[in-house]
Design a protein around this ligand. Structure first.
Ligand code: NAP
Length: 524
């Protein structure tokens, strides 16, 4: 069989599931530039192509010159169609009869057929069958939502591979990031057997398979045609897969870094690091990893002697809630980690895992550029990881530190550890200080609104520094500005701690100005 260049380079498919013909047409047309092909979800369309295939299919097929996968997904496999097996068979026989007569488009039209459907077709007597399936354009698929073990996955794969369809597709719901390993293992098996498999772990925990799947052997992968138009759990827009993660350029040789946290939310770290890798022409990728159970993740994905994930992992950013617990899994830590008692960065050095804390330098540097810290009185509100990092950083540069928080005993503990003074939050305004650093999540987008710092505490301050950076102008910074105080946003800390991680992983300094511009654009 001879395939066109377009079909051969079909790596990124935009899934289009719209209720009306007009909406589907608009999205297919607009997404065609960024995707290698389009999946048209007939099950989402209000109008079925059964009675009059021409009026439904002709305009849709004409909306793009790229390959199109036709799908009619039943409810039990995560689709919209409440259709019996015989109704599905009837729909497909109509659709195929229409497509197969159209020599001008047939070669770029694929059928996604579920395993039960194809098995029913194969078990029917030759008389009942309406013909043979064009196997070279069939994607034989199965979607599974309950927890699966390797033996189940293997059994499903065996059933799929017994069918001569060109592409096999298995989508499993990932209940934990560890479930993604089933897909990577299966991709390796299919590769060894020379079968073209599309392997996807659905759900947020399966995002890794959507980003790295093609590099590890998946024939192609799927993305949403636009933000907010996702057609499966955990799907992200094709534009992100293409431009941010550059999935078509990744291979097994690509060096991987990522961020671990729970929940991982909409972290800006992938934007910063991937932009840096792209601008410096590095074959690196940075992925978000939602890690619920740290020990399982460290064993199966990170520790060189036990990991099952066959990637070239260079390092990780570590965020809430793993910054303290991660210390138990490291072989070596830098001096700052020892003093602060938390790591936000892992570097994989051969067989060893080395921990660093880039929040200290990242948080302190921008402040030191604005005020002379030697002898300055610095008040810090908060007693968590960020407060700790800043307290150490400014102390090292000769500042006197006053710590304030809602739980006095916790604040006292930290103050004692670093040689600072502690006070209750209610006493903040009564103290004199030169710089105010806010290091709690109050003011962060999505966090319950609250006015933590009274107006009197902001009066005549030489600098107010809010570590919160989303939104760009926090309520605290707005109030401080209104009172005539100079302000410093947490964006600078975010950028500098990321730049230091980038340097630790690559040995290179990222183009900070370009990254700053990208982050400001994303936040504004
Ligand atoms: P953390 O370890 O969870 O500590 C949070 C601190 O905030 C704790 O001391 C907590 O008080 C206090 N807190 C939480 N809610 C509060 C409330 N409603 N009123 C008073 N105090 C409250 O978090 P973290 O890592 O230190 O991060 C804190 C914030 O800093 C983050 O939310 C983030 O916005 C910002 N941050 C920014 C960067 C950056 O790069 N710009 C980096 C790290 C963090 P208790 O001790 O009483 O629980």
């Amino acid at each position: 069989m001879c395939y066109s260049a377009e079909v051969m380079s079909m790596k990124l498919i935009a899934s289009v599931a719209e209720p009306t013909l007009e909406q589907a047409l608009a999205l297919m047309t607009s997404v065609s530039e960024v995707a290698d092909g389009v999946e048209l979800r007939l099950d989402a369309l209000g109008r079925h192509p059964v009675e009059d295939p021409t009026s439904v299919l002709a305009p849709l097929v004409g909306a793009t010159a790229k390959p199109i996968i036709l799908t009619y997904r039943p409810r039990e496999e995560g689709g919209y169609a409440a259709a019996s097996l015989s109704e599905r068979l009837r729909l497909w026989s109509k659709v195929m009869a229409w497509v197969e007569q159209r020599g001008e488009v047939r070669a770029r039209l694929f059928y996604d057929l579920e395993m039960d459907l194809v098995e029913a077709f194969l078990h029917a007597s030759p008389l009942e069958r309406s013909g043979v399936l064009p196997w070279e354009r069939v994607i034989l698929s199965h979607h599974r939502y309950d927890a699966a073990q390797w033996e189940d996955v293997l059994a499903l794969y065996e059933r799929l591979r017994a069918v001569p369809a060109r592409f096999l597709k298995l989508a499993l719901f990932a209940h934990d990031l560890g479930d993604s390993l089933l897909i990577f293992r299966l991709l390796e098996r299919a590769r060894q057997e020379g079968r073209e498999l599309v392997g996807i772990a659905m759900g947020r925990a399966g995002l890794l398979t959507r980003i790295l799947g093609v590099a590890y052997g998946s024939a192609f992968t799927y993305g949403a045609a636009a933000t907010g138009r996702e057609t499966a759990p955990g799907q992200i827009p094709v534009s992100e897969l293409r431009a941010l993660y550059r999935i078509a350029e990744l291979g097994r040789q690509t060096v991987v870094a990522g961020v671990i946290g729970y929940p991982i939310g909409h972290s800006l770290s992938p934007l910063v690091h991937n932009t840096g890798f792209r601008l410096l022409g590095l074959d690196f990728v940075y992925v978000p990893l939602e890690v619920a159970t740290l020990d399982r993740f460290m064993r199966d994905f990170v520790r060189p002697e036990t990991r099952q994930m066959p990637w070239r992992l260079r390092g990780l950013s570590v965020t809430i809630p793993h910054k303290l617990a991660v210390l138990n899994f490291l072989d070596e830590v830098g001096p700052m980690v020892r003093r602060v008692g938390a790591a936000n960065t892992i570097v994989v050095e051969g067989e060893r895992l080395v921990g660093y804390n880039t929040d200290v330098v990242g948080g302190t540097e921008p402040l030191a550029e604005r005020v002379a810290l030697e002898g300055a009185r610095v008040a810090i509100v908060g007693a968590g990881g960020a407060a700790r990092a800043l307290a150490y950083g400014v102390r090292e540069r000769g500042a006197r530190v006053l710590l304030f928080g809602r739980r006095l005993e916790r604040v006292r503990e930290l103050a004692e550890a670093i040689g600072a003074k502690a006070g209750a939050l209610t006493e903040l305004a009564a103290h004199s200080f030169d710089v105010l650093i806010h290091a709690t999540p109050v003011g962060m987008s999505g966090y319950p609104e609250q006015e933590l710092i009274p107006e009197e505490a902001l009066r005549h301050r030489p600098l107010v520094y809010d570590l919160v950076y989303n939104p760009l102008e926090t309520p605290l910074l707005r109030r401080a500005k209104q009172m005539g105080c100079p302000v410093l946003s947490g964006v600078e800390m975010f950028l500098r701690q990321a730049a230091e991680q980038f340097r630790l992983w690559t040995g290179l300094h990222p183009p900070l100005d370009a990254l700053r511009e990208r982050v400001y654009t994303a936040l504004s």
